[in-house]
Design a protein around this ligand. Structure first.
Ligand SMILES: [Zn+2]
Length: 235
């Protein structure tokens, strides 16, 4: 369907999703996500929904999370525990002390959480909990890798026509490894993304593939995107 000289719109209807994207789009031809208001080249609408969402918001919704703008404050509402790790734009930090203190503020006593954080290079800083908007808690286990996620990867690899096997360690995702090959293609090892690299704002981006020869590494991707990535790279 052509809507003018500079761009056209492709509408794809799938059983559970309608997807719209622009082709040959000019700079000012973008869609707007109704949840996070990001400009994007494509928006999606789930079956039974009335709103059009960007792919990140669709992913959040698919994972039972609330779609919306990316917030930087990902602190849990509870007090942080000693030994927990956080990521900030400046690096990875470990909580080395965690205290609840009473601080007078405008003469009124307030309860606050005070933390000492130690960066991976040994540098220490003291922070008050509510000022830590740029710190993001790193989950300390592979909780993001579930049996359902493994099944999803398996069916994506099969659907893409790849030959694959796993090492049977679904019970210990840290040791989980898949091997996948496209006929006459390269052999790839696929592993779950470790907690440090897991982005809670892109909850389906869980897998990374590594190829030994030629040495290559994929970005962290969703199961389906990764299967396509492996299939499309030449041998
Ligand atoms: Zn969005």
């Amino acid at each position: 369907m052509s809507l003018g000289h500079h761009f056209g719109v492709v509408i794809s209807r799938m059983p559970h999703m309608t997807y719209v994207r622009t082709v040959l789009a000019s700079k000012d031809c973008r869609f707007l996500c109704s949840a996070c208001y990001a400009n994007c080249w494509g928006v999606q609408r789930r079956h039974g929904e009335t709103v059009w969402l960007c792919s990140r918001c669709t992913d959040l919704k698919d994972n039972g999370l609330e779609p919306g703008p990316r917030l930087f404050n990902t602190q849990p509402s509870r007090q942080l525990r000693v030994g927990e790790q956080l990521r900030s734009p400046k690096g990875v930090w470990t909580v080395t002390s965690s205290e609840r203190v009473k601080t007078p503020e405008d003469g009124i006593p307030q309860e606050a959480c005070m933390y000492v954080l130690t960066r991976d290079n040994g540098h220490k800083e003291e922070w008050r909990g509510r000022d830590m908007a740029d710190f993001h808690l790193i989950p300390n286990a592979f909780e993001h890798i579930t049996g359902e996620r493994c099944a999803e990867l398996g069916s994506a690899l099969t659907a893409a026509g790849l030959l694959w096997e796993d090492n049977g360690r679904q019970d210990t995702p840290r040791r989980l490894k898949y091997t996948a090959t496209y006929p006459r293609g390269r052999q790839w090892s696929i592993r779950p993304v470790p907690p440090l690299d897991f982005d809670p704002w892109q909850p389906s981006n869980l897998w990374r593939a590594v190829c030994a020869a030629p040495r290559d590494q994929s970005p962290v991707m969703t199961a389906r995107a990764l299967a396509d990535y492996i299939r499309e790279l030449p041998a």
